[in-house]
Each structure stands twice: as C-alpha cells, then as structure tokens.
Write a protein of this length. Sequence first.
Length: 332
Amino acid sequence: MTPVNTPHAHSPGGAPARISVIGEALMDIIHADGADGGSPRVSEHVGGSPLNVAIGCARLGLATRLVTHFGEDAHGRSIAEHLAANGVEAVNGGVGPTSTATATLGADRAATYTFSLTWEIADAALAALASTEDSAHVHTGSIATMLPPGDQTVHSLVQAAQRNATISYDPNCRPSIVGDNTIARRQAEVFVQSSDIVKASDEDLLWLYPNRTLDETLAAWLDAGPALIAVTRGALGPIALTRTARVEMPARAVTVADTVGAGDSFMAALIAGLAQLDLLGASKRDQLRRLDHESLAALIEYATNAAALTCSRPGADLPGLGDLGPMTGTPA
C-alpha cells in the first residue's frame, strides 16, 4: 500500500467523522508466480483486514484509529510506520510477536492464505474503551472476532460502543484458522446481532451456511437486527438489503491485478459513504434503518467502485478521495 494524504471528508454537520476500527494488523507475505515462467516473486506488505479498512477509511477522509496488536519487532515497526504515514492513530494492545499471513496468488490472481497469529489487546483495554467511546462509528471483523482470547474483548468493546456509535462487521472468514464452521457461525451471529451494518462475501456465507441460499442467509441476518446487509460476489457484483430496499448491481469491469484488499476497500467506502450521508452514530440509527433505495444504490455503487480500483492495483492499495471523489447524491 502506498501512503496517501487526503483531506478530511466532512459529514453534513461539518466535522470529520471519528472512526474506530478494532482488529488484527499483520504482515502479508505474498508469493506470486514469476512472469513468463520466471522465478516466483516474494514481497511483503502491511496487511490484515481491519487494518486495511482503517487505512481505507483514513484515505477517504475519516479521522481513524485502529485498536490492534503488533509486536516490537521489524514487522511491527513497519506496521506502525505505515499507519502513521496514512494518518491512522494506533492503539496497540500487543506484546507478542507480530502476526503474519502468507498469501499465494493462483493463476486467476486470487489469494489463498496461511497464518501465524497472535490476537490479544488486553494490554490496551482502557485506551481501546476510550477510543470507542468518542467515536461515531466502530468497525470490527475477521480474525479479531474469531480468535481467542481477544475475541471476547472485541465483543465487549462493541457492546459498550453501541451507546454512542453505529457498528459494522465483516466476518471475512478464514477457514484455515477457524476450521469448524459451526464455531465460526456462532461467533459471526454474535457480532451480526450487535451490528448496524454487516458486509460479507458470498464465499463467507456459503461456508458458514452450506445448506442455505444467499438470500435465505441475508434475510436471516437482517432479521437478527442490522439495518443494512451487503454481500459481495466477485465478478457478479454486490447485493445490498435493508428492510425496505434491495439493490443488486454488476461489478465494474477492470483489468484485475489481484483481489487482495478488495473486500476491505468495499467496506471502507461503505463506511465513508454513510459518513457523507450523515448516517453514522447511535443517534442516526433510526435514519439508517429508513435508508431509501436511491441512497442505498449510490452507497453500493461507491463501494463497488472502490473495490474495483483496488482490484486494478497490485496488493491492498486502497483508493483515497482523490481517486473516488465524493459519493454522488450526497447532501450538499
């Protein structure tokens, strides 16, 4: 990812939205086949789904903190430097080694992962609570909501944040980490019930619920409490659902460099778009539930464009305001 400095995106109220993201930061070690049959290439990039979302939110103009875990090692220093370069404030609760994810890119440029992980943020519990208490929105997901012992701390922070913030969640399932989909399903449902906005991929939902259709799972999750559910489906494009509106649109056609970070880019743009609609914060919950079809379509188009831009670039290089501009149809 390339550091990008962008101006703050202001909500209609005038102040930059304060966002807290809770979740893992790690080093992606990417193995890719060499061009024209050459030697395989290995590169290292700062990564982790929640970290990517935090970077994406900051690049789209939101004042962003990341509550995370990384060690006092070379990889940890790279993470700290990258967050700072992108304007993300780090709240680090970790003392163990920095986690790593080794990604292997297939012929279709899609990534498969293996992990060496530590997830614990107890050493920053008070700072994490303070961070969420002054945020309009809190996002979490992925490994941080599945891996003990930190998953329980994350859920406690989310529950406390509901008093003042809207909540978003992306399960971003990793079967190689939580191999039992019964356990993963139980964990995911706990966070779905605590969230206002949920984003998942079709692969997530079909792994969690192999005996249900996507539409059945979307309906069940919407009934569990969230105002908005979005599912990404790769080249098929996303579906988004509220209690009163449904949007389905094709993916944007791009030349795909790889798919690393595409879902995180979609999530970050979803949050940034809701900020532009002035729909973040506990006081906006009722308005979020009444999101009309036109606004939902503009929001999902914005997120889809962000994901497409990320797919067109190598690695998780998420777009900024200079790439996307403001969402169309937002209030003046």
